[in-house]
Ligand binder design. Structure first.
Ligand code: XMP
Length: 508
């Protein structure tokens, strides 16, 4: 498959560049700046390389660099911002600290025709975010466009097929930014539109067949879209040699086990439902520390899962890990790791099975496209994200069966009312959290002393930041009334009005 590699020099938008190219139906992946030129050159289907932006100055001793040979691997190169300056440095031109920085929307004048600016001329607004500038072009390069503070805002070397732009074409504030990326990807690199959900499915099934052969594999089915898509793809590839294990931890969503049974019974896979609630609740007895809770849930999950894997005699462990899980776990060296997420509890150290991750190269919205391609139930595709440790991170203090049931029903009421109001798909998540304190109320003319429930409804683009949803009071009132009416142990409901940061979405 044709691909464009984005080398990561630590820019805030590195992954966005790769996203934009995928949106052009061309496969793109981010690799660390230090990846050797030889390795990049050997990538099958390589059509072009983009040097990303970055926060450092190219003259800083420890700023990220790539090998000079990267410019001679025989495919077109595009440098963006820091990448534009790095090409200058590698080619022995001159980069200098600008008099003033250029931040935000900037006026640029295109002074000369170039295939990178095909279809564009005259003035255009571009989005800048830099202080250093290219001061002197290397030999063989010419200037295509300028701004007030960046006399060399776009350059090209037609002989070597190397281009540089000081601005960020991947950011929507840049007028015709997509046109510039299209010029590079389609015209200059000649990449073909092979990155579609249909082709992904064909390739994934083929790769899975070749990798697993007639060996046995297990997958943990959580009911989330990632593991569900991975399971269905794998079942098309290896059929009954795939055992899907769904563990009912006692901390799952409302009527989840019945839901999973119904959805997956129609596929040709060996589905095992393990009802392990008692094991989880006894392991969680007396545990109140959030991190310890996560560890106990993770460890118990692995123990239960391992028993089934051993019984099946599986050689492979299939995981629904997606591209952003790898980024968040620090796969990209120059971007900072915000939070290391894990599905449930990490992998056992002495694991004998080999790990296979069919969705490792795709983003969440691409997983959803694949899900629709393979006609997975819409109920699964559209459902809210649910954390690996389940209700365990939504019950503060000790986790008991009683508290799990309160949280489960309260969360169900929140989601149900969001559905009825047509808001479920518009928000990232809506759920309930149970607090380990009690407050005084009055119910049926009697004093009550019961738990409060917190409603948390949030909006987010990428889970990294989030805002609480400004939900209509009427709807909150409906939820609150239902929660106190339908759950005996609750007499008070509060709404969480905190964004992320400073809070996280989950309470633990
Ligand atoms: P936070 O609480 O970090 O959550 O703002 C961001 C998103 O990630 C989900 N989440 C998890 N998912 N395993 C998961 O698979 C986990 O341990 C985990 N912790 C949080 C959370 O539900 C939200 O959508």
């Amino acid at each position: 498959m044709d691909s464009i590699i984005v080398l990561d020099f630590g820019g805030q938008y590195t992954h966005l560049i790769s996203r934009r190219i995928r949106d052009l139906n061309v496969f793109s992946e981010v690799l660390p700046a230090e990846t050797s030129a030889e390795k990049i050159k050997s990538i099958q289907g390589l059509k072009g390389v983009i040097f990303s932006g970055g926060a450092a100055s190219v003259y800083d001793e420890d700023s990220p660099k790539c090998e000079k040979q990267m410019l001679d691997i025989g495919v077109p190169i595009l440098g963006i911002c820091y990448g534009h300056q790095l090409i200058t440095l590698l080619e022995e031109g001159k980069v200098a600290s600008g008099d003033k920085g250029e931040y935000g929307i900037t006026d640029m004048i295109i002074s000369s025709g170039s295939s990178i600016m095909k279809g564009l001329s005259g003035q255009m607004n571009v989005w800048m975010n830099h202080r250093d500038i290219v001061q002197q072009l290397p030999d063989g390069y010419s200037t295509i466009a300028s701004t007030k503070n960046s006399p060399i805002a776009v350059f090209e070397n037609t002989g070597k097929d190397i281009y540089g732009v000081q601005f960020h074409p991947e950011v929507t504030h840049t007028e015709n930014g997509m046109k510039i990326l299209e010029n590079f990807v389609y015209d200059i690199c000649g990449a073909r539109k092979h990155w579609t959900a249909g082709l992904f499915v064909d390739n994934a099934v083929k790769e899975a067949k070749e990798t697993i052969g007639d060996k046995k594999a297990v997958i943990g089915l959580s009911g989330g879209v990632d593991s569900s898509v991975a399971a269905v793809l794998m079942s098309s590839a290896i059929g009954k040699n795939l055992t899907a294990v769904y563990v009912d931890t006692g901390l799952m969503r409302y009527k989840e086990t019945e839901f999973i049974e119904k959805i997956f019974s129609k596929y040709d896979l060996d589905l095992r439902i393990v009802r392990a609630q008692d094991r989880f609740f006894s392991a969680l007895k007396g545990v109140t520390d959030p991190e310890k809770k996560r560890k106990v849930i993770g460890k118990t999950f692995i123990d239960v899962f391992d028993d089934v894997a051993e019984e099946v005699g599986a050689d492979y462990l299939v995981q629904g890990t997606i591209y952003s899980d790898r980024i968040e776990s620090g796969h990209s060296k120059h971007s900072s790791t915000i939070k290391s997420h894990h599905n449930v509890g990490g992998l056992p150290e002495d694991m004998k099975m080999k790990v296979y991750e069919p969705l490792r190269n795709i983003y969440k919205d691409e997983v959803r496209k694949v899900a629709r391609e393979i006609k997975l139930a819409e109920d699964i595709i559209k459902r809210h994200v649910f954390p690996g440790p389940g209700l365990g991170v939504r019950i503060l203090g000790e986790v008991t069966p009683e508290r799990a049931e309160i949280t489960r029903i309260a969360s169900h009421i929140v989601e149900d009312e969001l559905h009825k109001a047509g808001l479920h798909e518009k928000v990232w998540m809506g759920f309930a959290v149970l607090l380990p304190v009690k407050s005084v109320g009055v119910q049926g003319d009697e004093r009550s002393y019961k738990y409060p429930v917190v409603i948390r409804i949030i909006e987010s683009e990428d889970a990294m930041t989030a805002n609480f949803t400004k939900i209509p009071y009427d709807l909150l009132e409906k939820m609150s009334t239902r929660i106190t009416n339908e759950i005996k142990a609750v007499n008070r409901v509060v709404y969480d009005v905190t964004n992320k940061p400073p809070a996280t979405m989950e309470w633990e």
